[in-house]
Write a protein that binds this ligand. Sequence first.
Ligand SMILES: Cc1cc2nc3c(=O)[nH]c(=O)nc-3n(C[C@H](O)[C@H](O)[C@H](O)COP(=O)(O)O)c2cc1C
Length: 188
Amino acid sequence: MKVLHIDSSIMGDASVSRQLSQAIVAQLKQKDPAIQVQHLDLAATPIPHLSAEILMGHDEVQSALSEQLVQQYLDADVVVVGAAMYNFGVSSTLKAWIDRISVAGRTFKYTENGPVGLAGDKKVYIVSSRGGVYGENSPVDFQEGILKTVFTFTGVSNIEVIRAEGVNMGAESKETAMTSAFEAIKNI
Ligand SMILES: Cc1cc2nc3c(=O)[nH]c(=O)nc-3n(C[C@H](O)[C@H](O)[C@H](O)COP(=O)(O)O)c2cc1C
């Protein structure tokens, strides 16, 4: 089983989403020690923004990276994506990854009946960390929203959100959020 583990928080060891995404991968490993894990640390190694040159295939190095990222996403049986909320959305580094893997003809296609996802056969864990409290489907939440939309658009229906929110609202609030997220991970 291939696991694609993505982290995007800039906060290193202090990051909530990194602790939780790591715990999910550890849990998956415990269940199946043979899993193959590829880790993309988008803060340590940011992916350059998509450009026309890359899109048109005129930048050989970056076009090759795009292809590698698309194939890696297609190949993954499980994707664990650590997503810190930054200014109501995801980090720009995670958005840069989204821009590379959302490719017509590879991860989705347009048909007479509308778009069809081509990367559906996988499970996605969205690890959502945020300082405030938004719950499900808040109109100002562009973090979980874009991730759910993009994964769904590329055909994935098996999406689970592991959320720790209110983590900047005092020690008790953070503790409660972490405990409930770790509890949810135990049940994976
Ligand atoms: C640049 C920046 C922007 C942030 N924007 C928001 C925000 O819009 N809403 C919110 O609730 N928390 C916001 N936060 C708080 C983070 O979402 C929170 O600290 C979360 O734990 C980040 O994930 P991490 O611990 O994995 O880094 C922001 C933090 C940073 C550093």
